[in-house]
Design a protein around this ligand. Structure first.
Ligand code: ADP
Ligand code: ADP
Length: 228
């Protein structure tokens, strides 16, 4: 599903964020990405949905070679990858329903199918009863659930969550984790960058630690491994 070999990324300002990174992730895995700030975690996840291109090395995601792929195929790749951010990034003037429907790639679907698909994902994140609310009327956890619904409405093969619980209290964080686990059980590969020692050490999954732009540690049912 994701295969990176000898990946380097140097930004135009000369900062090298990835420094010979090798990693393989199979379809259906749940992977935590941990490591100190500035280690290269965001750059690693940005390469996967091709927000950034590698300076050197092989990056294969789904069936695409991201180094040589044509620009015009990027939207097709992105449609198969859902992304969830720490700060939700919802459109404030749209309702919950509209935020999710807006993200739906509509290819000749009739309006009833669109409505059903949006309501199905809202049901999955247990927000069907708040479809008409706007983000300001929701708690942080509810807003994050809307952003998850938006990320999965196209049934992506990969879900990337960049510190999805970073702005949430502990109870709400566990709720979000259970939703991410359910999505993973449905077959979606989940990559979650996190600084939550408690979550990583409680819900045990594969742990990839990135330090200085390289994989410092890669363990099945791994430990968070840091004191911060
Ligand atoms: P992390 O997510 O682990 O905090 P990042 O991938 O964001 O790490 O950053 C790795 C390094 O790359 C840091 O030194 C950061 O300052 C630098 N960096 C990240 N994005 C950019 C960018 N767009 N331009 C220049 N430098 C960047
Ligand atoms: P149920 O299947 O449980 O009956 P509904 O179809 O009544 O659910 O929808 C649940 C919520 O979503 C309701 O608040 C409804 O008004 C709202 N909703 C449904 N479709 C739309 C739409 N197209 N635009 C905005 N809100 C909608």
């Amino acid at each position: 599903m994701i295969d990176m070999q000898g990946v380097y990324k140097t930004y135009p300002n000369g900062v090298t964020a990835l420094n010979g990174l090798d990693v393989k992730i199979d379809q259906g895995e749940f992977v935590y990405v941990v490591g100190p700030s500035g280690a290269g975690k965001s750059t690693f996840t940005k390469l996967i949905y091709r927000e950034e291109k590698p300076t050197k090395g092989t990056v294969k995601v789904i069936d695409y070679d991201l180094y040589s792929m044509k620009e015009r195929k990027v939207p097709k790749l992105r449609r198969q990858i859902g992304v969830v951010y720490q700060d939700f990034r919802l459109l404030p003037q749209l309702t919950v329903y509209e935020n999710v429907a807006f993200a739906l790639e509509v290819i000749e679907e009739n309006p009833n199918n669109i409505r059903r698909r949006v309501m199905d994902v809202l049901d999955q994140v247990r927000l069907k009863n708040k479809a008409r609310f706007i983000p300001d009327e929701l708690s942080g956890g509810e807003q994050q659930r809307v952003s998850i619904a938006r990320a999965i409405v196209n049934h992506p093969k990969i879900l990337i969550a960049d510190e999805p619980t970073g702005n949430l209290d502990p109870d709400t964080s566990w709720e979000i984790m259970h939703i991410l686990e359910e999505i993973n059980e449905g077959g979606t590969t989940v990559l979650m960058a996190t600084h939550s020692k408690e979550i990583v050490n409680t819900i045990r999954k594969r742990v990839i630690a990135i330090e200085d732009g390289m994989i410092a540690r890669d363990e099945m049912k791994g430990d968070y491994g840091y004191e911060f």
